[in-house]
Design a protein around this ligand. Structure first.
Ligand code: ADP
Ligand code: ASP
Ligand code: MG
Length: 438
């Protein structure tokens, strides 16, 4: 079994959906195809939900009608036969009429999740109908019947496996399944999601539950590049990465993968391949347990970081001090990314500032607290420390013009993290790219 996930751009128009159908023809074997919403749709649905929260229902209704018109256009281009054009239009109407119902009344968080789910429900339903028109047998597997998160908002692996296996067993004769990425149910059975970009995570969770041979993430770029292609010009695809290297890059900002998507595949030892739908002939990136090559492999950057410094000469060296500090973060379910210590202070970074005020209030009991917002973690990933001397030296020499707020080195064999002001991020990424040009 293969899991093939196609992202928003890959299904972003009628023409692109047709290309995906062609591509599937060339890949042999039993497959589960996981689709994102058409590109831009989830952003539009977020915007609609925000207006509904603000009770600006008529603006929301206008946006819903604008999006409906866009889908009519795609339906017209996707289908040839009038029968299928009519069916496609009816399908679009059923989703948009549902969205309109929210403009009649007050709006809750639970309903917001139902609004956001419409993008994936629409893309999969339209793609499935298209396969029917071109006489390719396929079965729509509703993700809401098997994808589930538990009370801690973590995937319920047992439930997912049980229910997906049942659905697959009920359809033994089918070789091509279509399902939605991103969407799931929560512990109360309500519609929920795996957070933005979560279709990659869906694909790897499905891969594990179906004991797949490989998970393929098809997107608009030929694999994981060695630097952020949105910022730096001459980036290159990386042929092989280990699960740990890929997980680190995804967590620290390489948008090509959802931050949590590698861990399930790593635990089940299922290879993950990144491929370009725009250029399927290119090799892409293969992620496995093996790490190949030494030295610096890639650089990524994660924005929206907040650095917190706690200064306390009296307390810091006392045993138990760090535990007390960490307990405060634990209490507010806020995870820490980087830590550095000196004799008089400890600095940590967080990316979730929901409870920042309470955290700072409690930390102030232990010392003077300073908060720096708008920070970026630059993450240099590779296989070093053991084999390569001088990696850190090269990194710091390259960055001699960029002020560095924190450094984390030695936590693992494959990561150097640096904290810089977000305004220095582009300069840092561009300068670090010289390391690949040597
Ligand atoms: P999809 O809609 O297919 O999920 P995404 O937009 O989520 O696609 O992810 C692909 C994008 O990730 C690329 O277009 C690229 O701009 C961005 N990206 C950021 N960092 C990297 C990286 N290191 N390698 C490849 N792509 C990256
Ligand atoms: N459609 C969702 C999003 O835009 C999920 C995804 O594309 O992975 O976040
Ligand atoms: Mg994505």
């Amino acid at each position: 079994m293969l899991i093939l996930k196609f992202g928003g751009t890959s299904v972003g128009s009628a023409a692109r959906m047709k290309k995906v159908a062609e591509l599937l023809q060339e890949i042999p074997g039993r497959k589960i195809v996981v689709l994102s919403a058409m590109s831009g749709t989830t952003n539009s649905l977020v915007e609609i939900a925000n207006y509904l929260f603000e009770k600006k229902n008529s603006i929301a209704a206008d946006l819903i009608e604008g999006l409906r018109a866009k889908y009519y256009k795609e339906v017209n281009e996707l289908f040839t036969d009038d029968f299928f054009k009519t069916k496609g239009k009816e399908l679009v109407d059923s989703h948009f009429d549902f969205l309109l119902t929210f403009t009649q009344d007050s709006f809750t968080i639970h309903e917001e999740k139902a609004v956001l789910a419409q993008g994936e429900l629409l893309s999969t339903a339209l793609f499935h109908l298209y396969l029917e028109e071109v006489s390719k047998a396929s079965k729509l597997l509703p993700a809401l019947q098997f994808m589930r998160i538990d009370k801690d908002l973590e995937p319920d692996h047992f439930y997912i496996k049980e229910n997906l296996s049942r659905l697959l067993n009920e359809n033994k004769s089918i070789d091509l399944f279509i399902t939605q990425g991103f969407i799931c149910r929560n512990v109360y059975g309500e519609i929920d999601n795996l957070k933005r970009g979560g279709s990659d995570y869906s694909a790897s969770l499905i891969g594990v539950a179906a004991a797949a041979d490989e998970v393929q993430i098809w997107t608009d770029i030929d694999g994981m590049h060695n630097n952020d292609p949105r910022v730096v010009e001459k980036t290159k695809p990386i042929k092989n990465l280990s699960f740990d290297e890929a997980a680190e890059l995804a967590y620290f900002g390489a948008k090509i993968l959802h931050p949590s998507s590698i861990l399930p595949a790593k635990d089940a030892n299922i290879p993950v391949r990144l491929k370009s739908t725009l250029s399927p002939e290119l090799e892409g990136t293969l992620i496995t347990a093996e790490s190949s090559g030494t030295g610096i492999k890639a650089i990524a950057a994660k924005d929206g970081i907040c650095a917190i410094k706690i200064k306390s000469g009296r307390m810091l060296l006392a045993y138990g001090f760090l535990r007390k500090v960490f307990e405060i973060f634990e209490l507010y379910k806020t995870s820490i990314d980087m830590i550095t210590t000196s004799e008089v202070a400890v600095s940590v970074t967080i990316d979730d500032t929901t409870n920042l005020d309470q955290i700072v209030d409690e930390l102030e009991e232990y010392g003077k607290v300073e908060v720096d917002q708008e920070q970026t973690i630059i993450c240099v990933v590779g296989d070093f420390i053991k084999k390569d001397k001088g990696v850190a030296l090269n990194v710091f020499q390259t960055l001699k013009e960029v002020p560095i707020r924190m450094i984390s080195y030695g936590g693992s064999n494959h990561n150097i993290s640096l904290l810089v002001n977000t305004s220095d991020k582009n300069a840092a990424l561009t300068q670090l790219n010289q390391l690949f040009e040597k």
